[in-house]
Design a protein. Structure first.
Length: 127
């Protein structure tokens, strides 16, 4: 077990992936995956249900962009997470987790985005 943890740490250190970036990447992947698995979900406020498919595809597609530390991906991920958190509803048990997961996704995306901006700002001042 410790060899798996050591190899994951080595991958994170070699690719400059921090804990915030990794956590937000995991949240965006599982969030899109849970929306994909939830067949009875719907949007409130008259938003068409056909929007569910592009949302989970977008969230799944954002995972590699999160790992590559793309700033635009974090902004898009936060917007989608807030939208889904406020509008997505369902009566099943799994769907009650989805809006809560979206709040965490938005929060950790904001933390990772801030970390990326600070690291780029630090590079500008060092040069």
């Amino acid at each position: 077990m410790s060899s798996i943890i050591k190899s994951l740490r080595r991958i994170g250190i070699n690719n400059n992936i921090s804990q915030k970036v990794l956590t937000s990447s995991i949240f965006v992947f599982f969030s899109g995956f849970l929306i994909f698995l939830d067949t009875g979900g719907f949007f409130m406020y008259g938003i068409p249900n056909e929007l569910i498919v592009p949302i989970y595809i977008t969230q799944l597609a954002l995972t590699p962009a999160y790992l590559k530390r793309n700033e635009f991906a974090y902004i898009l991920g936060m917007i989608i997470a807030v939208f889904v958190a406020f509008t997505y509803r369902d009566a099943t048990t799994i769907a009650r987790i989805i809006p809560i997961l979206q709040y965490f996704l938005a929060f950790f995306s904001l933390l990772a985005y801030r970390e990326i901006k600070e690291s780029k700002l630090g590079k500008k001042f060092r040069d």
